[in-house]
Design a protein. Structure first.
Ligand SMILES: Cc1cc2nc3c(=O)[nH]c(=O)nc-3n(C[C@H](O)[C@H](O)[C@H](O)COP(=O)(O)OP(=O)(O)OC[C@H]3O[C@@H](n4cnc5c(N)ncnc54)[C@H](O)[C@@H]3O)c2cc1C
Length: 403
């Protein structure tokens, strides 16, 4: 192999980048380019499902599909990106303490995002979250342990910090999950705390009445207009001074792009995402593409930009993979375009709400929307089967998923 495309990350964007790059190389008959993908595990972690039960089960293996399309998997964690010398340093994971350097001709940065943890007293020590598989598993183990604690209102209370997308989905699940642990007759309290004046501040007016109705029927309450000031083992103190006694606090407020984005000498947005052009090449940096939650990418010509979402990460991945390979072998790029934007918000046992457009017009609610959410979460976002032809068909950057 004389050339190498290196993809960092095996999430939605990284997986689809690798498959799409392999697809283009196959189509143009180039077998002198290696596609290597580096990640801690050869598996896709299905982060959009981590508010559900059994987070340890939210992983999909990738080794077979990578084998089928000829992607080399490199196990490890990238620590350093040397853009000038086109090389990355990789540390082994777990018991593997080795270090290695791998050069690249083209790089795709698809290392995703992490939960935003502001400097709030007690946040790191006392708050749970549903950001990564291990985090969500820790919350689940803690919840199972509640049953063996002495009965108290605090034991039966969960504070969900943040009433955005993840906070709402998490809160909607919790009353039923608490009752499963504490008994069907237990009085449980799930309280969302949101600094903004409205639930779902970024979700807009459209779906808000449905969200409020669902949460009310599920018994979830909320406190608006005051953020969390401090967290300790016994609960939270709000900026207003109000105190909520709770054995469980779940922090859900925001995400930031992987810290690896800071190693690329280029402009980033407030979330740490790299500014990319329409082909997803990082602006001003030769040979480097960014995708998924690492990219600040225009979705259309109307001024809309990709959200940190699985919906965008999958298409961004297919585009980045095609374009990085096209750039390397001198084929035409296909500019990233994803004009249709939808939202499907899980509202626990109540159902879901589905909206269309950037102004989020409600199109479906309740059980019908929940059926769609279930399909999205159990079928559409999972990797394709380990079949080369099928994977290449699905990796087409021009495939329209949401019509
Ligand atoms: C609880 C929750 C609910 C969500 N719900 C929805 C939803 O309903 N709809 C929706 O569209 N989106 C949702 N999202 C957002 C969605 O999960 C992310 O936007 C999506 O995962 C981004 O995909 P990605 O491939 O860019 O990054 P990720 O999925 O984060 O994948 C990043 C990959 O990079 C790897 N990596 C990280 N650092 C390194 C390193 N240093 N070296 C090597 N590899 C590295 C990781 O191990 C992983 O394989 C939700 C997220 C959460 C946490």
């Amino acid at each position: 192999m004389s050339k190498r495309i290196l993809v960092i990350g095996a999430g939605f964007a990284g997986m689809w980048s690798a498959l799409s790059a392999a697809r283009l190389l196959d189509h143009v008959g180039r077998n002198d380019v290696e596609i290597a993908l580096v990640a801690p595990e050869p598996e896709l972690h299905v982060r959009p499902r981590l508010y559900e039960q059994n987070p340890n089960g939210m992983k999909a293996p990738l080794q077979e599909i990578f084998k089928a399309v000829g992607v080399r998997f490199v196990q490890g964690r990238v620590e350093h990106i040397d853009v000038a010398n086109r090389e990355v340093s990789i540390a082994g994971v777990g018991a593997d303490t080795s270090r290695q350097r791998i050069g690249y001709d083209r790089l795709v940065l698809a290392a995703g995002s992490r939960l935003f943890r502001p400097q709030i007293s007690g946040l790191d020590q006392h708050a749970f979250n549903v950001d990564q598989v291990a985090d969500a598993a820790q919350l689940e183990a803690h919840m199972h342990g509640l049953a063996s604690r002495p009965k108290s209102a605090a034991r039966n209370t969960v504070v969900v910090a943040g009433a955005g997308f993840t906070g709402i989905e998490t809160a909607a699940e919790l009353p039923a999950r608490l009752r499963e642990v504490l008994g069907e007759d237990a009085t449980v309290n799930v309280i969302m705390v949101e600094r903004n004046a409205a639930i779902g501040p970024d979700l807009g007016e459209g779906p808000r009445p449905v969200i409020k109705q669902a949460l009310t029927e599920l018994g979830v309450t909320w406190k608006l207009g005051s953020g969390v000031a401090a967290i300790d083992a016994k609960g939270v103190t709000l900026e207003s001074g109000e105190r909520i006694e709770a054995d469980t606090v779940v922090w859900t407020a925001g995400a930031r792009a992987s810290e690896l984005t800071a190693q690329i000498p280029a402009e980033r947005d407030n979330f740490g995402r790299l500014y990319v052009d329409r082909n997803l090449k990082v602006k001003g940096v030769e040979g480097v593409f960014a995708t998924g939650d690492c990219a600040y990418a225009a979705t259309d010509d109307d001024g809309n930009f990709a959200m940190m979402s699985c919906q965008h990460a999958m298409n961004l991945g297919r585009s980045a993979g095609h374009n990085v390979a096209a750039d390397l072998v001198g084929e035409a790029p296909i500019p990233y375009s994803q004009p249709k934007y939808v939202t499907c918000l899980d509202l626990g046992p109540w159902g879901a709400v589905y909206t269309e457009g950037w102004d989020r017009k409600v199109k479906m609610t309740g059980g019908v929307a929940k059926a769609l959410k279930t399909r999205i979460n159990t079928e559409w976002i999972y990797p394709p089967s380990a079949d080369r032809a099928e994977a290449f068909a699905l990796a087409d950057p021009q495939r329209i998923v949401v019509a």
